[in-house]
Design a protein around this ligand. Structure first.
Ligand code: TTP
Length: 184
């Protein structure tokens, strides 16, 4: 049995491309309880914590978990809580290149686990304040790290990407498929 330890509908959608059958059980950990770490270490720690939380409840299952964060100038940008916070994040990212890090963890029933962090570089076009305001008004930024969704209207903000597109959406599926195959 495979369990996706995530409440993200985007991750569920993407995992379907890798494995035909799985169940879903969000770990719902309190992200504020974690220590301050460098961006890559932070997403790795969060993915591992989500994975371990669900694996503990289901010892016979293979558990997959992930966490995605945007990093700009060494600073972490998570999900904005308000429209104002979303605006501030988009103003920071305008015309600049940032990193999207996804920490991913797979835990198998034999108690072994593998973790990876996949990084994609994303460059935004210079954005006008009207463009930012219009995008924030769509509501799309609110549940997304870095205040944008590359798979939605946020695509219009993006000038270039270097690396795995699916990593930006929240689950680097080609890396995940290889992790799962290597174990068989
Ligand atoms: C940058 C970017 C982020 N995101 C999303 C991916 C993640 O769902 C979200 C970051 O939040 P996460 O904390 O990684 O995930 P989650 O809270 O949605 O789900 P769970 O913890 O239960 O697994 O931002 C996009 O959908 N598109 C993008 O372009």
């Amino acid at each position: 049995m495979i369990i996706l330890a995530s409440g993200s509908p985007r991750r569920q959608e993407l995992l379907r491309r890798v494995v035909p059958e799985f169940s879903v059980e969000p770990a719902q950990i309190d992200e504020r309880a974690l220590p301050v770490l460098a961006p890559r270490a932070y997403v790795q720690r969060l993915a591992m914590t989500k994975c371990a939380t669900v694996a503990q409840r289901h010892p016979g299952a293979t558990v997959i978990a992930a966490d995605t964060m945007v990093a700009f100038n060494g600073q972490l940008l998570g999900k904005p809580q308000t429209a104002e916070a979303a605006t501030a994040m988009l103003e920071q990212l305008s015309g600049q290149t940032h990193q999207v890090h996804t920490g991913m963890c797979v835990a198998w029933p034999d108690k072994t686990a593998r973790q990876v962090v996949v990084t994609t570089e994303v460059t935004f076009w210079p954005l006008t304040s009207v463009e930012i305001a219009d995008y924030v008004a769509t509501g799309e930024p609110l549940d997304k790290a870095g205040a944008y969704g590359i798979q939605g209207q946020g695509a219009l903000l993006v000038k270039a990407i270097k690396g795995d597109y699916y990593n930006v959406v929240g689950l680097p599926i080609s890396t995940l498929a290889r992790l799962l195959t290597a174990k068989q």
